[in-house]
Design a binder for this molecule. Structure first.
Ligand code: ADP
Ligand code: MG
Length: 248
């Protein structure tokens, strides 16, 4: 089962992953209320569908250069973006030509981006090991990176005897070219992601992009989590996140 970005962020936040503050909205007025509860001066309005590539996606019948993730610089702009997305069909690289109807949007704090990285944790079927994938090519489709520039992907298999030990996390941080306080932040982040992955019986935890902010902090700007249906009975709070409108 797949969940929405805002749901994945709420789960990861409980484990200590830094995410922007935000709130979900089903109507433009609700989007306005969420915007007013956040500090500004920049907000991001994000279509919530079970597919990636939203930023570069386009709405059927919509303005040709406006995608499913948009910056807003005023409360009114947040409301306008929400109105332009809600109940409209968003087509992305991952939805196919039919696209997916946007039934909810997520409004969050805008973040100043210095670098975009990629980080995920998944079960490698070949080695049966929980594996971390990391790349300096954040914000891009990881399949595309794997195809065109496989040398830019760092893959680390985690020995279950050790779990997410600091040495794995530091190896990944250095592989991403991180220095100073970002190494410690990456260690903390990977430990939090790993604990979320194992405690929640996830099959995928993906943060793309993971960003280094203008202040040198690290924040998960996008999050995706998948779960095996047969593990969900142990996690009723996640089972409740099932979106009947989204078949996956
Ligand atoms: P998708 O992967 O579906 O396109 P993302 O959540 O990754 O959606 O958003 C696309 C891009 O929009 C990100 O790579 C980032 O550059 C930008 N973005 C997303 N959220 C924020 C935010 N809170 N603040 C600033 N920029 C953002
Ligand atoms: Mg993304």
């Amino acid at each position: 089962m797949n969940i929405h970005e805002y749901q994945a962020k709420s789960l990861l936040k409980k484990f200590g992953v830094a995410v922007p503050d935000g709130g979900v909205a089903y109507t433009p007025d609700e989007a306005l209320d969420v915007a007013k509860s956040l500090p500004g001066p920049v907000w991001v309005v994000k279509s919530q569908i079970h597919a990636g590539g939203r930023g570069a996606g386009r709405f059927k019948g919509g303005v040709s250069d406006e995608g499913g993730v948009r910056l807003a610089k005023s409360h009114d702009e947040v409301k306008d973006h929400a109105a332009a997305m809600l109940n409209q069909v968003l087509v992305t690289k991952q939805t196919g030509n039919d696209g997916k109807e946007v039934k909810r949007v997520y409004i969050e704090d805008g973040c100043e981006i210095a670098r975009e990285l990629y980080l995920s944790i998944l079960l490698d079927r070949v080695t049966s090991r929980i594996t971390v994938m990391a790349s300096t090519e954040g914000g891009m489709d990881i399949e595309e990176v794997a195809e065109k520039t496989p040398e830019k992907i760092i893959k680390v298999a985690i020995d279950p005897v050790f779990g997410m030990e600091g040495f794995y996390a530091r190896q990944i941080a250095f592989g991403l070219g991180l220095e100073g306080k970002q190494v410690g932040l990456t260690v903390k982040l990977l430990m939090a992601m790993y604990k979320a992955f194992t405690d929640l019986d996830a099959s995928l935890v993906e943060v793309n992009p993971l960003v280094v902010t203008g202040d040198g902090d690290m924040i998960a700007l996008d999050a995706k989590m998948n779960f095996d249906d047969n593990a969900l009975y142990r996690h009723p709070e996640i089972a409740e996140m099932r979106d009947e409108d989204e078949e996956d």
